[in-house]
Write a protein that binds this ligand. Structure first.
Ligand code: ZN
Length: 70
């Protein structure tokens, strides 16, 4: 089952930030490479206090994919 077309966001390949499909540049790291093959959403409000953010290497607040790729 593919959910490729139904996802409201695409994930940045470099930092895993989730952005809208019509965005061409990642607002977090500036990368232009994205994928719709991601799963899980992590909302980081305070990267300093979030264990998940530390684990994923997230330094800016925002919405991120837990897993990118297959
Ligand atoms: Zn990025």
């Amino acid at each position: 089952m593919s959910s490729r077309q139904t996802k409201p966001f695409k994930a940045c390949l470099r930092c895993k930030a989730l952005v809208r499909p019509d965005e061409t540049k990642c607002p977090v790291c500036g990368s232009t490479e994205f994928t719709f093959e991601w799963s899980g959403i992590v909302v980081v409000v305070d990267p300093e206090k979030s264990r998940v953010a530390k684990f994923l290497g997230i330094k800016k607040p925002g919405r991120y994919a837990l897993k990118v790729g297959y």
